[in-house]
Design a protein around this ligand. Structure first.
Ligand code: HEC
Ligand SMILES: [Cu+2]
Length: 417
């Protein structure tokens, strides 16, 4: 099956190459060949692939042609008495020299591209990529901004056994993530690729970047994207049960848009992105968050709302446990459950269970600090409102058998200072 598929693909590729030549290269995405991609390197890789494939096919035709011709034309029924010859220095020299030049002819263009692929100097932006079971963490080195990117919620839901959801009804099924990696167009971006647990590999077809992500070791790669667009990829190293469920999405934005995006997101937790601004909380919330170095639009909007509506002036009074639990359940579901799961059991070993967790049932101050600052793969959540954090923590501290004090918004506000 596989072999014949491959042969068919190769044959189709060659036929296409012979028929339409250059016009074929312009086709955005062939069903039968590599993607041309979106970078200079990816186009070079594509060209090399075609070049080698064509040479390979010519050689195959010549060699197999000679072989089948000999087998058929000189078969025993025709030539019962075989010719008897051996040792021809001329032939031996020819069949050494021709392949030698063929190999040199392949190596020269390939070496140039390989060297360019490895040259990560003079990058304008560095992104550290960390693979883990099962997702990716992206860190904008020197920009104090990082986030975790995992399989999008609708794909994740549909893929569960007996989910009853038709995968065809999910847009970009298994090719969508919670937070795409956003990169600038036209800038050289260097990737530092590593892993947290087992070997993964970061592979984005259109960028022609495919590098192993190895724990304790940093591999380098780079790209420079031509034009804005969305590029998808996958983990290319069999890394465990959910290997097939850690896609990669790269979103390329024009440089100025990228700068604005990064300025907005810097130091701000990503889980709150794309969400409606939090409903106006007590005014102190707004003032605390607005002093943060780079408030998100959401926070800025919340500040405005807070200033404009009378609700905003509500005093930061203590809330009842029921109120905290009710609002906290929602916040937990949208902000924390992706990793810690609705059951609180997490996805060990990377995402710990919160059931009986020392932090989630211990002193509130440590729990609050942990949430504000993040730790390891857990991003900081300082961009959430005091109320949201108080709710989520109260909920964690009093669900799934956990029993601990509730957390009031005022405690969160105090912890920010
Ligand atoms: C992107 C995944 C992710 C999300 C989302 C996330 N966490 Fe975590 N969380 C982690 C990871 C990873 C750890 C383990 C950190 C470490 O110790 O290295 C962790 C640890 C914790 C712990 C400590 C558990 C223990 O006993 O070790 C608490 C408490 C916690 N998270 C609370 C939260 C809260 C509250 C939210 C939502 C506001 C949240 N987490 C959202 C990934 C996540
Ligand atoms: Cu992987």
């Amino acid at each position: 099956m596989f072999k014949s598929g491959l042969a068919a693909r190769a044959a189709a590729g060659v036929t296409a190459a012979l028929i339409s030549g250059a016009a074929w290269a312009e086709e955005a995405r062939s069903q039968y060949n590599l993607p041309v991609g979106a970078t200079e390197i990816s186009r070079e890789v594509y060209w090399l692939h075609n070049f080698v494939l064509i040479i390979m096919c010519v050689i195959a035709v010549l060699v197999f042609g000679a072989m089948f011709y000999s087998i058929i034309a000189h078969r025993r029924s025709k030539h019962p008495k075989p010719a008897d010859f051996h040792e021809s220095t001329t032939v031996e020299i020819i069949w050494t020299i021709i392949p030698f030049f063929v190999l040199i002819g392949l190596a020269i263009p390939a070496a140039g591209t390989l060297i360019r692929m490895e040259d990560t100097r003079d990058a304008e932006l560095t992104v550290k990529v960390t693979g883990f079971q099962w997702g990716w963490k992206y860190e904008y080195v020197g920009h104090d901004y990082e986030f975790v990117s995992m399989l999008a919620a609708d794909s994740n839901k549909a893929r569960q056994l007996d989910s009853g959801i038709d995968p065809r009804s999910v847009p970009n099924y298994l090719w969508e993530v919670t937070n795409p990696l956003v990169l600038p167009v036209g800038q050289k971006v260097r990737f530092l690729i590593t892993a947290q647990d087992v070997i993964h590999a970061w592979w984005v077809f259109d960028l022609a970047v495919k590098k192993d992500a190895i724990p304790g070791y940093i591999n380098e790669a780079w790209t420079k994207i031509d034009a804005p667009g969305t590029f998808r990829g996958v983990c290319a190293e069999l890394c465990g049960r959910d290997h097939g469920f850690m896609p990669i999405v790269v979103k390329a934005l024009p440089e100025t848009e990228f700068k604005t995006w990064l300025a907005q997101k810097k130091g701000v937790d990503v889980a709150s992105l794309g969400k409606a601004p939090p409903v106006a909380e007590a005014t102190p919330v707004a003032t605390t968050t607005s002093t943060a170095p780079a408030p998100t639009e959401a926070v800025a909007a919340a500040v405005e709302v807070a200033a404009a509506t009378p609700v905003a002036a509500a005093p930061a009074k203590a809330l009842t446990k029921d109120e905290l639990m009710a609002s906290g359940k929602k916040v937990y579901g949208t902000q924390c459950a992706a990793c810690h799961q609705l059951t609180g059991l997490g996805m060990p070993p990377n995402f710990p269970s919160l059931v009986g967790s020392k932090i989630a049932t211990g002193p509130a101050a440590a729990h609050i600090a942990h949430t504000l600052k993040g730790k390891g793969l857990m991003p900081p959540f300082a961009s959430l409102s005091d109320l949201d954090i108080a709710g989520a923590l109260s909920y964690q501290r009093n669900s799934w058998g956990n029993k601990a004090s509730v957390v009031q918004p005022s405690e969160v506000a105090a912890a920010r200072k």
